[in-house]
Design a binder for this molecule. Structure first.
Ligand code: BG6
Length: 516
């Protein structure tokens, strides 16, 4: 007879989620990089692929096929990859390993619209791809090309049966995914005609940062924080994504994008969703993505009156960064001298759901700010009674800080009794730092993005409905700002913390921006 185990006995054991975490492996593959000799490939993709090879994270059978306009041989492409590594990677190259790596590199030169070349491409893939154990050929297409070119390539791949029929394929796409919700839906429809959703890997490189992924691990593996993670205990949340760089040579892109399309629609929305989401049903890509999308759907819709009161735009003027004079945005290369493009954004958002009702999320981001820092501050409510009398006047609220970059850390601010004086309070810090704890300083996002796609793990990639939900939040901001030109631009100096109005936005609620 089977032993009867009462529910109480069961509950003494750790509960394990019954849904198994999928184990992924990398099978032999070919990666076709469209724009294989371009800027992104040279700066990020080729160095990242070599690193993966160096760290023995790639299978023995793999090929990288650069596909691009410049005409060159396989040998010349290998040389270009080596030069790119020397220029853009901080690591030193191991000559003998490089010899091994570059035997996996190939190149095909073509205009992306040339039909004949897609037949050549198909034959070339057949030649250089080792079949997997189940006798299929795995191919990853990486679109490292300007946004307008993507749909052309996808159309050709579909026409030549290179998406679903001939090979087992995946496609990696870089942002921007449209310039508003309508264009994102249109783009998604084009991609969906050629690829199924599970084949599509839309990159948001923020999700590949270890410190960003850790938000979920931290929240759902520590029982002491999650019970406090709601409107009963949290006063407000602040997210700062500050950059000290300007737009550099990206003027033409930035003029059409601006800060909302460039950073808010994607990276900031992802951070909000990760901080605010409910526990997922299991640790699978769709379980997590489902919860994140629910948050986007519950973000309060903003009408013009709300937008005028609770959003702030800015554009940097000339100033000083690290003691160096830097030009204003309107003086940057390819930027119109009377540009209306915002380079700074601040806002108060609300998430109208059971957990977050009444808890404001203050967001700020911008270029040419005082320093580079991405940080999430969870500020807790004050104790209900000022037990220590006057000493409470200097009582600092408890704050939990998730440092995303450059300092990768999590710390908690709390008050203790100061050893001097009777009831004097003092704010102290309890700190965890990635580098100190794990002695790891390298976690390059592109290596994570590439390996997850090779494995077929979609967790850190955006889904079509998520992209559209993010646009739905920011579209009204863009429409409002584009319909009324900003008369006070430039309204902050490079090297400052942004326009005064951003300070006013949060001060009006009796709060202040925090960065450590
Ligand atoms: C990109 C934006 O997505 O993110 C850039 O297009 C921005 O404008 C960059 O500089 C910031 O990324 P990171 O990883 O440096 O914070």
């Amino acid at each position: 007879m089977e032993e009867y185990i009462s529910p109480q006995v069961h509950s003494r054991f750790l509960q394990t989620c019954d849904i198994p975490v999928e184990e992924f492996t990398i099978k032999p593959f070919t990666m076709v990089i469209f724009g294989g000799a371009g800027d992104l490939s040279q700066r990020k993709l080729l160095p990242a692929l070599y690193h993966l090879y160096h760290e023995k994270k790639l299978p023995s059978a793999f090929s990288i096929l650069g596909f691009g306009l410049p005409s060159m041989s396989d040998e010349e492409y290998r040389k270009l990859a080596k030069d790119a590594f020397a220029q853009f990677s901080q690591e030193t190259l191991d000559e003998s390993l490089w010899e091994g790596f570059c035997r996996h590199l190939f190149y095909l030169s073509s205009d992306f619209t040339d039909d004949a070349k897609y037949e050549v491409l198909c034959n070339r893939i057949q030649e250089i791809t080792t079949p997997t154990e189940d006798n299929t050929k795995e191919v990853i297409y990486y679109l490292a090309v300007p946004p307008a070119v993507g749909p052309i390539i996808i159309g050709k791949l579909a026409h030549y049966h290179l998406c679903r029929e001939t090979f087992t394929t995946r496609i990696i796409m870089e942002k921007p995914f449209g310039s508003d919700r309508a264009s994102a839906t249109k783009l998604n429809n084009i991609v969906a005609q050629a690829f199924d959703e599970k084949q599509i890997f839309r990159i948001d490189h923020y999700l590949a940062k270890d410190t960003v992924q850790n938000i979920i691990f931290f929240r759902f593996s520590n029982s002491i924080f999650e019970p406090l993670w709601n409107r009963r205990y949290i006063d407000h949340v602040q997210i700062t994504v500050a950059e000290d760089i300007g737009v550099g040579h990206r003027g033409p892109f930035y003029e059409t994008a601006g800060v909302v399309r460039d950073i808010v629609q994607n990276h900031i929305m992802q951070l909000i969703a990760l901080v605010a989401m409910e526990p997922p049903v299991g640790f699978g890509a769709d379980f997590i993505r489902d919860e994140k999308i629910k948050i986007l759907h519950t973000m309060r819709a903003m009408d013009d009156e709300y937008l005028d009161a609770f959003t702030v735009r800015g554009q940097y003027g000339p100033g000083k960064i690290n003691e160096r004079n830097v030009p204003g945005y309107r003086e940057e290369e390819y930027v119109s001298p009377d540009s209306n493009t915002p380079t700074f954004f601040a806002a108060k958002f609300h998430i109208d759901n059971w957990r977050w009702a009444g808890v404001p999320f203050y967001i700020r981001t911008g270029k040419r700010l005082a320093k580079r820092i991405t940080e999430i501050v969870i500020q807790f409510k004050q104790p209900p009674l000022r037990l220590f009398g006057r000493a409470c006047d200097i009582l600092e609220p408890n704050r939990l800080v998730l440092g995303i970059q450059p300092d990768e850390e999590i710390f908690l601010r709390f008050s203790v009794k100061h050893p001097e004086g009777t009831n004097k309070l003092y704010g102290v810090t309890m700190n965890f730092n990635y580098e100190d704890s794990f002695k790891i300083t390298r976690h390059p996002p592109y290596e994570k993005v590439l390996t997850d796609c090779m494995k077929g793990d979609l967790t850190i990639f955006a889904r079509q409905d998520g992209i559209e939900a993010m646009w739905a939040v920011v579209d009204p901001i863009i429409e409002r700002w584009e319909s009324i030109p900003a008369l006070n631009f430039p309204n902050y100096s490079a090297g400052s913390w942004g326009p005064k109005d951003a300070d006013e936005l949060i001060k009006r609620d009796g709060r202040i921006w925090q960065t450590w």
